[in-house]
Design a protein around this ligand. Sequence first.
Ligand code: BMA
Length: 366
Amino acid sequence: MKNLILFSILIFAGFFSVAQPVPSNSKATPETVNLYQNLMKLQHAGMMFGHQDALAYGQNWFYEEGRSDVKDVVGDYPAVYGWELGHLELGDDYSLDSVRFDKIQQWIIKVYNRGGVNTISWHMRNPLTGGSSWDTSSKKVVTSILPGGVKHELFKTYLDKMADFLLGLKTEDGTFVPVLFRPFHEHTGSWFWWGKNLSSVEDYKALWRFTVDYLQNEKNIHHILYTYSTDRFKTREDYLERYPGDDIIDILGFDLYDRGPDYPKVLENCAEKVTQLAKERNKIATVSETGGPVAENTTWWTETLLKTLRPFNLSYVLVWRNPYKGTGHGAFAPYKGSPDSENFIEFYNDPETLFQEEISKINLYD
Ligand code: BMA
Protein backbone atom coordinates (compact mmCIF):
# COMPACT_ATOMS: atom_id res chain seq x y z
CA MET A 1 0.00 0.00 0.00
CA LYS A 2 2.75 2.37 1.04
CA ASN A 3 4.58 1.79 -2.23
CA LEU A 4 1.43 2.12 -4.29
CA ILE A 5 0.78 5.59 -2.90
CA LEU A 6 4.41 6.52 -3.45
CA PHE A 7 4.50 5.42 -7.07
CA SER A 8 1.14 7.01 -7.88
CA ILE A 9 2.34 10.36 -6.60
CA LEU A 10 5.60 10.17 -8.50
CA ILE A 11 3.98 9.09 -11.75
CA PHE A 12 1.22 11.66 -11.42
CA ALA A 13 3.73 14.41 -10.69
CA GLY A 14 5.87 13.28 -13.63
CA PHE A 15 3.05 13.42 -16.17
CA PHE A 16 1.38 16.59 -15.11
CA SER A 17 4.08 18.94 -13.96
CA VAL A 18 4.39 21.79 -16.42
CA ALA A 19 7.84 23.16 -15.81
CA GLN A 20 10.10 20.91 -13.78
CA PRO A 21 12.09 22.79 -11.12
CA VAL A 22 15.85 22.78 -11.62
CA PRO A 23 18.78 23.08 -9.22
CA SER A 24 20.42 26.47 -8.72
CA ASN A 25 23.49 25.47 -10.73
CA SER A 26 22.60 25.66 -14.44
CA LYS A 27 25.49 23.27 -15.15
CA ALA A 28 24.28 20.60 -12.72
CA THR A 29 24.93 17.08 -14.07
CA PRO A 30 21.91 15.07 -15.31
CA GLU A 31 22.00 12.84 -12.22
CA THR A 32 21.98 15.92 -9.99
CA VAL A 33 19.05 17.46 -11.85
CA ASN A 34 17.18 14.16 -11.58
CA LEU A 35 17.92 13.92 -7.89
CA TYR A 36 16.61 17.43 -7.33
CA GLN A 37 13.42 16.83 -9.27
CA ASN A 38 12.78 13.48 -7.67
CA LEU A 39 13.40 14.83 -4.17
CA MET A 40 10.92 17.59 -4.92
CA LYS A 41 8.25 15.05 -5.81
CA LEU A 42 9.13 12.61 -3.09
CA GLN A 43 8.71 15.16 -0.32
CA HIS A 44 4.98 15.04 -1.04
CA ALA A 45 4.90 11.26 -0.73
CA GLY A 46 6.82 10.70 2.48
CA MET A 47 9.72 11.68 4.67
CA MET A 48 13.03 9.88 4.30
CA PHE A 49 14.93 8.89 7.41
CA GLY A 50 18.61 9.76 7.67
CA HIS A 51 21.41 8.86 10.06
CA GLN A 52 24.85 10.43 10.44
CA ASP A 53 27.84 8.10 9.84
CA ALA A 54 25.37 5.22 9.53
CA LEU A 55 27.77 2.81 7.82
CA ALA A 56 31.01 3.78 9.54
CA TYR A 57 30.31 2.82 13.14
CA GLY A 58 27.60 2.38 15.73
CA GLN A 59 27.09 2.16 19.44
CA ASN A 60 29.20 -0.98 19.81
CA TRP A 61 31.09 -1.48 16.55
CA PHE A 62 33.46 0.27 14.19
CA TYR A 63 33.97 -0.52 10.49
CA GLU A 64 31.89 -3.64 10.00
CA GLU A 65 31.05 -3.81 6.33
CA GLY A 66 27.32 -3.84 5.66
CA ARG A 67 26.37 -2.98 9.24
CA SER A 68 24.26 -0.08 10.48
CA ASP A 69 22.67 0.39 13.91
CA VAL A 70 19.36 1.22 12.22
CA LYS A 71 19.57 -1.95 10.13
CA ASP A 72 20.25 -4.00 13.27
CA VAL A 73 16.85 -2.84 14.55
CA VAL A 74 14.57 -2.75 11.49
CA GLY A 75 16.41 -4.88 8.93
CA ASP A 76 16.73 -1.95 6.52
CA TYR A 77 19.16 0.93 6.05
CA PRO A 78 18.30 4.61 6.38
CA ALA A 79 17.46 6.36 3.10
CA VAL A 80 19.78 9.29 3.79
CA TYR A 81 23.37 9.00 4.97
CA GLY A 82 25.18 11.91 6.61
CA TRP A 83 28.98 12.22 6.44
CA GLU A 84 31.25 14.58 8.33
CA LEU A 85 34.34 15.98 6.60
CA GLY A 86 35.88 18.02 9.43
CA HIS A 87 39.72 17.83 9.28
CA LEU A 88 39.75 17.22 5.53
CA GLU A 89 41.04 20.80 5.31
CA LEU A 90 44.13 19.79 7.31
CA GLY A 91 45.10 17.15 4.80
CA ASP A 92 44.47 14.44 7.41
CA ASP A 93 43.44 10.91 6.48
CA TYR A 94 40.84 10.78 9.25
CA SER A 95 37.83 12.97 10.07
CA LEU A 96 37.43 14.61 13.46
CA ASP A 97 35.19 11.66 14.27
CA SER A 98 38.01 9.22 13.41
CA VAL A 99 36.64 7.95 10.10
CA ARG A 100 38.95 7.53 7.10
CA PHE A 101 38.10 9.90 4.26
CA ASP A 102 38.83 7.29 1.61
CA LYS A 103 36.32 4.96 3.27
CA ILE A 104 33.73 7.76 3.34
CA GLN A 105 34.22 8.17 -0.41
CA GLN A 106 33.70 4.44 -0.94
CA TRP A 107 30.54 4.43 1.17
CA ILE A 108 29.12 7.46 -0.63
CA ILE A 109 29.55 5.66 -3.95
CA LYS A 110 28.05 2.47 -2.52
CA VAL A 111 25.02 4.37 -1.21
CA TYR A 112 24.54 6.01 -4.60
CA ASN A 113 24.71 2.64 -6.33
CA ARG A 114 21.86 1.36 -4.21
CA GLY A 115 19.80 4.52 -4.66
CA GLY A 116 20.37 6.22 -1.29
CA VAL A 117 21.04 9.89 -0.66
CA ASN A 118 24.31 11.29 0.74
CA THR A 119 24.69 14.55 2.63
CA ILE A 120 27.96 16.15 3.75
CA SER A 121 28.59 18.40 6.75
CA TRP A 122 31.88 20.20 7.48
CA HIS A 123 33.00 21.18 10.95
CA MET A 124 35.92 23.01 9.42
CA ARG A 125 38.69 24.23 11.70
CA ASN A 126 39.12 27.91 12.43
CA PRO A 127 41.41 29.19 9.67
CA LEU A 128 42.43 32.31 11.59
CA THR A 129 43.27 30.88 15.01
CA GLY A 130 44.01 27.27 14.12
CA GLY A 131 41.43 26.19 16.70
CA SER A 132 38.38 24.01 16.13
CA SER A 133 35.02 24.95 14.58
CA TRP A 134 33.90 25.77 18.10
CA ASP A 135 36.69 28.34 18.62
CA THR A 136 34.73 31.58 18.83
CA SER A 137 37.58 33.63 20.32
CA SER A 138 37.78 35.97 17.33
CA LYS A 139 35.09 37.85 15.45
CA LYS A 140 37.40 38.40 12.49
CA VAL A 141 37.53 34.89 11.09
CA VAL A 142 34.98 35.22 8.30
CA THR A 143 36.39 38.58 7.18
CA SER A 144 39.88 37.11 7.21
CA ILE A 145 39.05 34.35 4.73
CA LEU A 146 37.10 36.43 2.23
CA PRO A 147 38.93 37.85 -0.84
CA GLY A 148 41.48 40.40 0.39
CA GLY A 149 41.62 38.84 3.88
CA VAL A 150 44.82 37.62 5.53
CA LYS A 151 43.67 33.98 5.50
CA HIS A 152 42.02 33.97 2.09
CA GLU A 153 44.75 31.90 0.45
CA LEU A 154 44.64 29.41 3.32
CA PHE A 155 40.86 29.13 3.00
CA LYS A 156 41.26 28.39 -0.71
CA THR A 157 43.51 25.46 0.18
CA TYR A 158 40.67 24.16 2.38
CA LEU A 159 38.29 24.41 -0.56
CA ASP A 160 40.86 22.76 -2.83
CA LYS A 161 40.91 19.75 -0.52
CA MET A 162 37.12 19.67 -0.47
CA ALA A 163 37.11 19.87 -4.26
CA ASP A 164 39.53 16.91 -4.52
CA PHE A 165 37.28 14.90 -2.23
CA LEU A 166 34.15 15.76 -4.24
CA LEU A 167 35.84 15.03 -7.57
CA GLY A 168 36.78 11.63 -6.19
CA LEU A 169 33.12 10.70 -5.88
CA LYS A 170 32.89 8.86 -9.18
CA THR A 171 31.38 5.54 -10.16
CA GLU A 172 33.24 2.97 -12.28
CA ASP A 173 31.69 4.41 -15.45
CA GLY A 174 32.89 7.91 -14.57
CA THR A 175 29.59 9.36 -13.34
CA PHE A 176 29.98 11.90 -10.56
CA VAL A 177 27.89 10.93 -7.55
CA PRO A 178 25.54 13.78 -6.55
CA VAL A 179 25.72 14.81 -2.90
CA LEU A 180 23.99 17.36 -0.72
CA PHE A 181 26.52 19.77 0.80
CA ARG A 182 25.68 21.69 3.98
CA PRO A 183 28.52 23.95 5.08
CA PHE A 184 28.41 26.84 7.60
CA HIS A 185 25.43 25.33 9.39
CA GLU A 186 23.62 26.36 12.60
CA HIS A 187 24.61 29.98 11.98
CA THR A 188 21.56 31.38 13.82
CA GLY A 189 23.50 30.25 16.90
CA SER A 190 26.94 31.51 17.95
CA TRP A 191 28.92 28.37 18.79
CA PHE A 192 30.86 28.06 15.51
CA TRP A 193 33.29 30.68 14.17
CA TRP A 194 30.81 31.46 11.35
CA GLY A 195 27.90 31.97 13.81
CA LYS A 196 25.54 34.88 14.22
CA ASN A 197 27.50 36.96 16.75
CA LEU A 198 30.81 36.17 15.10
CA SER A 199 30.25 37.56 11.61
CA SER A 200 28.23 40.25 9.89
CA VAL A 201 25.26 39.38 7.70
CA GLU A 202 27.15 40.58 4.61
CA ASP A 203 30.27 38.58 5.42
CA TYR A 204 28.31 35.41 6.10
CA LYS A 205 26.51 35.69 2.77
CA ALA A 206 29.78 36.54 1.01
CA LEU A 207 31.37 33.44 2.52
CA TRP A 208 28.65 31.25 1.04
CA ARG A 209 28.78 32.98 -2.32
CA PHE A 210 32.56 32.75 -2.56
CA THR A 211 32.50 29.06 -1.61
CA VAL A 212 29.86 28.07 -4.14
CA ASP A 213 31.42 30.20 -6.87
CA TYR A 214 34.89 28.74 -6.24
CA LEU A 215 33.68 25.13 -6.31
CA GLN A 216 31.52 25.67 -9.38
CA ASN A 217 33.61 27.99 -11.48
CA GLU A 218 37.21 27.36 -10.44
CA LYS A 219 36.84 23.66 -9.73
CA ASN A 220 34.09 22.75 -12.18
CA ILE A 221 32.05 20.84 -9.64
CA HIS A 222 28.47 20.38 -10.74
CA HIS A 223 27.22 17.39 -8.78
CA ILE A 224 26.26 19.21 -5.60
CA LEU A 225 22.95 20.37 -4.15
CA TYR A 226 23.59 23.09 -1.58
CA THR A 227 21.76 23.06 1.75
CA TYR A 228 21.22 26.18 3.86
CA SER A 229 20.71 25.02 7.40
CA THR A 230 20.04 27.25 10.39
CA ASP A 231 19.63 26.25 14.01
CA ARG A 232 16.44 27.27 15.86
CA PHE A 233 14.71 30.43 14.69
CA LYS A 234 11.36 32.09 15.26
CA THR A 235 10.18 33.96 12.22
CA ARG A 236 10.58 33.82 8.44
CA GLU A 237 12.70 36.98 8.72
CA ASP A 238 15.01 35.31 11.24
CA TYR A 239 15.37 32.34 8.93
CA LEU A 240 16.16 34.44 5.89
CA GLU A 241 18.38 37.02 7.57
CA ARG A 242 21.58 35.40 6.33
CA TYR A 243 20.16 33.48 3.38
CA PRO A 244 22.73 33.83 0.60
CA GLY A 245 20.29 33.58 -2.32
CA ASP A 246 17.97 31.37 -4.34
CA ASP A 247 20.57 31.31 -7.10
CA ILE A 248 22.97 29.19 -5.02
CA ILE A 249 20.77 27.29 -2.55
CA ASP A 250 18.72 24.18 -3.37
CA ILE A 251 17.58 22.87 -0.01
CA LEU A 252 16.22 24.77 2.98
CA GLY A 253 16.85 23.10 6.30
CA PHE A 254 17.26 23.62 10.00
CA ASP A 255 18.90 21.75 12.86
CA LEU A 256 17.01 21.34 16.10
CA TYR A 257 17.67 18.98 19.00
CA ASP A 258 15.20 17.94 21.66
CA ARG A 259 16.69 19.50 24.76
CA GLY A 260 13.54 20.30 26.70
CA PRO A 261 9.77 20.50 26.79
CA ASP A 262 9.55 23.29 24.18
CA TYR A 263 10.91 20.99 21.45
CA PRO A 264 7.62 19.92 19.79
CA LYS A 265 6.37 23.50 19.60
CA VAL A 266 9.64 24.90 18.28
CA LEU A 267 10.01 21.99 15.85
CA GLU A 268 6.50 22.55 14.56
CA ASN A 269 7.09 26.25 14.06
CA CYS A 270 10.43 25.74 12.28
CA ALA A 271 9.03 22.93 10.08
CA GLU A 272 6.00 25.00 9.17
CA LYS A 273 8.11 28.02 8.19
CA VAL A 274 10.76 26.09 6.30
CA THR A 275 8.31 23.97 4.29
CA GLN A 276 6.37 27.10 3.38
CA LEU A 277 9.51 29.02 2.35
CA ALA A 278 10.73 26.04 0.33
CA LYS A 279 7.38 25.74 -1.42
CA GLU A 280 7.35 29.42 -2.39
CA ARG A 281 10.83 29.07 -3.88
CA ASN A 282 10.43 25.67 -5.53
CA LYS A 283 13.08 24.24 -3.22
CA ILE A 284 13.41 21.16 -1.04
CA ALA A 285 12.75 21.24 2.72
CA THR A 286 14.49 19.23 5.42
CA VAL A 287 15.16 18.79 9.12
CA SER A 288 18.87 18.53 8.48
CA GLU A 289 19.82 17.44 12.02
CA THR A 290 17.92 16.37 15.07
CA GLY A 291 18.08 13.96 17.98
CA GLY A 292 16.12 13.29 21.12
CA PRO A 293 16.54 11.78 24.58
CA VAL A 294 15.50 8.40 23.18
CA ALA A 295 17.05 6.38 26.02
CA GLU A 296 14.57 7.94 28.46
CA ASN A 297 11.71 9.02 26.21
CA THR A 298 11.23 5.67 24.52
CA THR A 299 8.22 6.69 22.42
CA TRP A 300 10.01 9.75 21.05
CA TRP A 301 10.01 8.47 17.45
CA THR A 302 6.27 8.29 16.95
CA GLU A 303 4.90 10.49 19.73
CA THR A 304 7.27 13.42 19.46
CA LEU A 305 9.11 13.42 16.13
CA LEU A 306 6.62 11.88 13.73
CA LYS A 307 3.55 13.37 15.37
CA THR A 308 5.03 16.85 15.00
CA LEU A 309 6.41 16.47 11.49
CA ARG A 310 3.62 14.45 9.86
CA PRO A 311 1.63 17.46 8.57
CA PHE A 312 4.58 18.88 6.63
CA ASN A 313 6.12 18.08 3.28
CA LEU A 314 9.68 17.39 4.31
CA SER A 315 12.20 15.57 2.18
CA TYR A 316 14.07 13.99 5.05
CA VAL A 317 14.83 14.11 8.74
CA LEU A 318 18.34 13.14 9.77
CA VAL A 319 19.37 12.14 13.28
CA TRP A 320 22.93 12.68 14.39
CA ARG A 321 25.50 10.01 15.08
CA ASN A 322 25.67 7.05 17.45
CA PRO A 323 29.18 7.63 18.79
CA TYR A 324 31.17 4.44 19.22
CA LYS A 325 30.81 3.38 22.88
CA GLY A 326 28.90 6.60 23.59
CA THR A 327 31.98 8.84 23.48
CA GLY A 328 30.89 12.47 23.65
CA HIS A 329 27.15 11.98 23.75
CA GLY A 330 24.54 9.26 23.66
CA ALA A 331 23.14 7.52 20.60
CA PHE A 332 20.62 9.48 18.54
CA ALA A 333 19.47 6.49 16.48
CA PRO A 334 18.34 3.15 17.90
CA TYR A 335 20.76 0.25 18.08
CA LYS A 336 20.44 -3.46 18.84
CA GLY A 337 18.63 -3.75 22.17
CA SER A 338 18.22 0.01 22.73
CA PRO A 339 15.18 0.94 24.85
CA ASP A 340 13.54 2.86 21.97
CA SER A 341 13.83 -0.02 19.47
CA GLU A 342 10.22 -1.12 19.63
CA ASN A 343 8.97 2.39 19.05
CA PHE A 344 11.43 2.85 16.21
CA ILE A 345 9.99 -0.23 14.50
CA GLU A 346 6.61 1.47 14.66
CA PHE A 347 8.16 4.60 13.18
CA TYR A 348 9.72 2.48 10.43
CA ASN A 349 6.40 0.78 9.64
CA ASP A 350 4.49 4.04 9.42
CA PRO A 351 3.49 4.86 5.80
CA GLU A 352 4.95 8.35 6.21
CA THR A 353 8.57 7.26 6.74
CA LEU A 354 10.85 6.10 3.93
CA PHE A 355 13.94 3.94 4.26
CA GLN A 356 16.44 2.46 1.81
CA GLU A 357 14.35 -0.42 0.42
CA GLU A 358 11.54 1.91 -0.54
CA ILE A 359 13.63 4.53 -2.23
CA SER A 360 15.76 1.93 -4.03
CA LYS A 361 12.63 1.06 -6.00
CA ILE A 362 12.25 4.60 -7.31
CA ASN A 363 15.73 5.46 -8.62
CA LEU A 364 16.14 9.07 -7.57
CA TYR A 365 18.96 9.60 -10.05
CA ASP A 366 17.07 8.64 -13.20
C1 BMA B 1 28.90 17.07 17.15
C2 BMA B 1 29.27 15.90 18.05
C3 BMA B 1 30.77 15.76 18.04
C4 BMA B 1 31.25 15.60 16.59
C5 BMA B 1 30.73 16.73 15.71
C6 BMA B 1 31.07 16.54 14.25
O1 BMA B 1 27.53 17.29 17.18
O2 BMA B 1 28.68 14.71 17.56
O3 BMA B 1 31.13 14.64 18.79
O4 BMA B 1 32.65 15.59 16.54
O5 BMA B 1 29.33 16.79 15.83
O6 BMA B 1 30.52 15.37 13.72
